[in-house]
Design a protein around this ligand. Structure first.
Ligand code: ZN
Length: 283
């Protein structure tokens, strides 16, 4: 059974289709852990626990938890946080670069991850938005075949790969990691949704608005290197760990293309169909 998962007040939480919250440890009489990282490492148990939501008493609503700023990143402490650059044709074109022959993979250091309603603390005048589909690994491993890749994914969530463009290109040759990893530059959430909840996990709509103005709107079917390819590619190089996350790349419409960057007071809204929206204010 499909599940929706969130980190509420630091505790693993399941959600019903109406986004009522159920503390996972309480729901399962403490058979399953309240630690989101431990819980996510056993997706089969989450699928099973989701069956128990019918008739259970909720612990409140996701909306109330978000209003109280109690919803953290669904994956708070991944071992690895990968990101992929230039993975949509139109974005590569607006960036005036050649298409990568193999995935352009960099790190967002996990300390940049924050929840879906957290403020983005601007440190420069060149911070840019990048809405992305974020893949969360369930059962990891080496040498995962593309055909098997989706079976190794615990679920999908929304990510903002906030990017300090000046820092990203400060060194020569450019090295993306630090410019993508400032504190608060990695909002993810609000929920992680299991793959079986999507009609076609390779064709999901994502979009981004800045102060209500739609800047990005695309579908993951436009990815150059799709999710199965990325999981297979990365696992051919290193062992993927439960809870590892992959920012899969951003479509066209980023600020860099027009020289427009985030400023204090801006509100970045990021959405993916079937998951929800994040709302991150800049300050
Ligand atoms: Zn990105």
């Amino acid at each position: 059974m499909a599940f929706r998962f969130a980190n509420v007040s630091g505790r693993a939480t399941l959600l019903d289709p109406d986004d009522n919250c159920y503390d996972l440890a309480r729901l399962t009489d403490h058979r399953l852990s309240s630690d989101p990282m431990v819980a996510l490492a056993d997706p089969a148990a989450l699928h099973e626990a989701a069956r128990g939501l019918a008739g259970a008493v909720a612990d409140g609503t996701l909306a109330d938890a978000r209003a109280d700023r109690r919803v953290g990143p669904p994956v708070p402490r991944p071992v690895n946080c990968f990101a992929v650059g230039l993975n949509y044709l139109a974005h590569a074109a607006e960036s005036n670069v050649d298409l990568p022959a193999s995935p352009l993979v960099f790190t967002k250091f996990p300390t940049c991850l924050v929840g879906p309603d957290h403020d983005i603390e601007l440190n420069s005048t060149s911070a840019d938005w990048e809405v992305e589909l974020v893949v969360v690994i369930g059962s990891g491993g080496r040498d995962i075949a593309a055909d098997d890749a989706w079976d190794h994914v615990a679920g999908l969530t929304i990510g903002q790969d906030i990017s300090d463009r000046a820092l990203q290109f400060a060194a020569s040759p450019p090295h993306f990691d630090l410019g993508k990893s400032r504190d608060t530059y990695g909002p993810i959430g609000p929920v992680l949704v299991s793959v079986d909840a999507f009609d076609d996990p390779d064709d999901i709509r994502l979009w981004c608005e800045v102060d209500g103005d739609r800047r990005q709107d695309a579908r993951t079917s436009q990815l150059i290197f799709n999710v199965p390819y990325l999981v297979s590619y990365l696992s051919g190089i290193l062992s993927l760990q439960p809870g590892d996350i992959i920012f899969t790349g951003t479509p066209s419409g980023v600020g860099m293309a027009t020289g427009t960057f985030l400023k204090p007071g801006d509100v970045v809204t990021s959405g993916i169909e079937g998951i929800g929206t994040m709302v991150n204010a800049c300050r």
